[in-house]
Write a protein that binds this ligand. Sequence first.
Ligand code: ARG
Ligand code: ZN
Length: 881
Amino acid sequence: MRDPNPQPVLLKDYAPPPYLIDRVELDVDVREPWATVHARLAVRRNPGSKDTGRTLVLDGEHIELLSVAIDGRALAASEYKVDAQNLRLESVPDAFTLETRVRFDPWKNTRLEGFYATKDGLFTQCEAQGFRCITYFVDRPDVMAKYLVTLHADKERFPRLLANGNLVASGDEEGARHWARWEDPFPKPCYLYAMVAAKLDLLEGSFTTRSGKNALLQVYVEPGKVDQAGFTLHALKKAMQWDESVFGLELDLDRFMIVAVGDFNMGAMENKGLNIFNTKYVLARPDTATDMDYYLIDRVVAHEYFHNWTGNRVTCRDWFQLSLKEGLTVFRDQEYGADEYSRAVARIQDVRKLREVQFAEDAGPMAHPVRPDTYVEINNFYTPTVYDKGAEVVRMIHTIIGKAAFRRGMDLYFERHDGQAVTCDDFVRAMEDAAKVDLTQFRRWYSQSGTPVVACRGEYDATAQKYTLTVKQSCPPTAGQPEKLPFHIPMAVGLVAADGADMALRLEGEPRAQGTNRVLDVREAEQRFVFVDVPSMPVPSLLRGFSAPVVLRSDWSDADLTHLMAYDSDAFNRWEAGDVLATRIILAGVKAIQAGNVPEIPAAYIDAIGRVLVNAARDPAFAAECLALPAESFLAEQMDVADPDAIHVMRKRVIRILATRYRTRFEGAFRHFSVPGAYSPDAGAAGRRALRNAALAYLMELDDSTARALTFLEYRRAENMTDTMAALQCLANSSGAERERALGMFFEKWKDEALVVDKWFRVQATSELAGAIDRVQALLKHPAFTLANPNRARSLLFAFARANPVHFHAADGSGYRFVAEQVVALDALNPQIASGLARSFDRWKKYDAARQGHARAALESIRTRDALSNDVREVVDRALA
Ligand code: ARG
Ligand code: ZN
């Protein structure tokens, strides 16, 4: 039972823990229906605490206390207090051994937090506060201990017994059972604790670190799926290699394990030496996983591995500092992706996601700084802001101080803080000290929420040969933060001449030009930068590489944008110019539609897309990005009152006009960019497939019999899941008879492969055809559907609420009512997943009054339920505030 009236936790209330725990010995006995946990904790007063009381308060939830002893003496019930959240012991000694015995039923744990059962066995998830569901503990990351863990279970049902660190002993015991003892040599916070008792298959490998240590690598997967584990092992080795060569960071363990589980609340978890992953980020075979799946597996494997240093060796003092490890580790996995694939394409995809999701979060009721200062339920703060904006903040430091100083800063950070639980400020200070720069103003990125708006205006003075760039910054008010101070914004810029070449850049007062691409330090609310020796009127290329997470406004003409699309030396900005132009055209079209006029599409844009197709062979993956129009959700954010129907109609109209105009070129691209030979997920092959499938999607927008026949043929001949899904997705949006045939064939073929069945649900949940709600409601009753599995819930419900805007925002409110009902149903099983779904309502105030009325009613209908989790309550309360 949760606290019915939870108080917010405040950053300013942080105080060190009055007691520390240095050593933990756990004995875990699995005997259905119980897991019984006997804990021995070495407890001592914290010399760093000002608290002089003698009360030890331990956290514990969803567990039944069987006994308590101090230094071997069993306590009577009158000697402690226990309630649904805590165990309190008064007048404890300065140093002592605390023993507790508890039990709980992992088979009834549908929250998938703590220790829980799935079809293949038992698994843990402790971050953020799951360890308290396993044993009584001081469950906060600044309490770090060494662990010795013994697991006992039935040998036949649970042949694998795993925990963090090294296997030190194992054996059989009576009743056809066995045991294993694991010791982790590194002190760790309890959120990094993990154990597994399961039946799993194993793929092994090894890696020799650059200092010559040989490490055993293991990937555990459900029985029969080892043939889908190879890429994960390969990715792990690449990540290990990369961290050694880029950051000089080596594996510190003799053994590194990855365990895949099908029932998992998030992507993956970096438990020390025993990473536990959602199967979605482990299992891949060419016929079951798409190029994007492979790419994400690569990034997530790297992310969790990188946490071993950024997160585990140096961890967070408290949960407000979450971005210390997450922002930094996302930055690291982004850089890994950029090095392993295409830097420009990786950046485009990361920025698209940031702008679609994080900017919306920052503009809505859940807006919070990268380092939040308050929360009710910490699980609600594993957000795009903490992760992705946090990574942008680290990237800006990298941009400001440069690559070499950044590396020195990382080295200093580890030198100072290895083995400690620290703050975001400690990280910034290491960077400041290593680079000898002042990041005082920069720190506002950690404390101020909201997306800054940077407005640029350029003026060319032909006589003086000067180009003056005026930059104004502001930041809209956000929840709890009405006023903001100016940010320190690194703005990378270039000036592009009429012939397409970059101009040399010399600022007024400088002795000579300094390159053609430079970073301006924007610090004031309004600032001017005067470039001299500018021989002719340039087109400014602003915020190259998206050097800061801001909304950029500039007075470019359409012709300026097509010029940048053609010539900008910065690949990101070549793409960006097209994206800005497409956004402008679609939004103008939406206005025309609303006024009952016929929207127009400038010929210059159509010609520019024609050139993208003609030049596609230079970089097919990049061309595919240029062909992908801005998402409907992004477009909605650009309007004062979002009009999902007009956006949908106009966006499709642009696609159809381009498809009609360039039918031959799209057909040519579809044929030409085929990928012969054995499947490989590498950037080159994946890029060709991305382009060819983008071409197919354009053609299918015509939805005539020729296009349908081509797509259906493609669906049947496709030999990999990338091409299969591309075709199926087109057919799912088509009204032809091929739709039902393909969906039927697909399910029949893949009904035993859970991750592929998820794709089948998703492709239907996101179909734009009329009647989406009825189809989704029917799919809820499909025998393969279950709310209890997070991946399945995401594939149907989240897909509908997040990726099918035209139906989620149905004018009659049916989408809102449906999703609200599902939030309530999910909350009874799994609050973390339910609260994620509730976040689909974040932007309800962006819509017209009638839709707002429906959304408010839907939110109220959730709020009036009693027994709502803290997770959902916090989200709904903030949405309605
Ligand atoms: N630390 C994990 C990762 O980013 C994610 C944990 C998410 N936990 C949560 N309660 N939502 O790799
Ligand atoms: Zn992480």
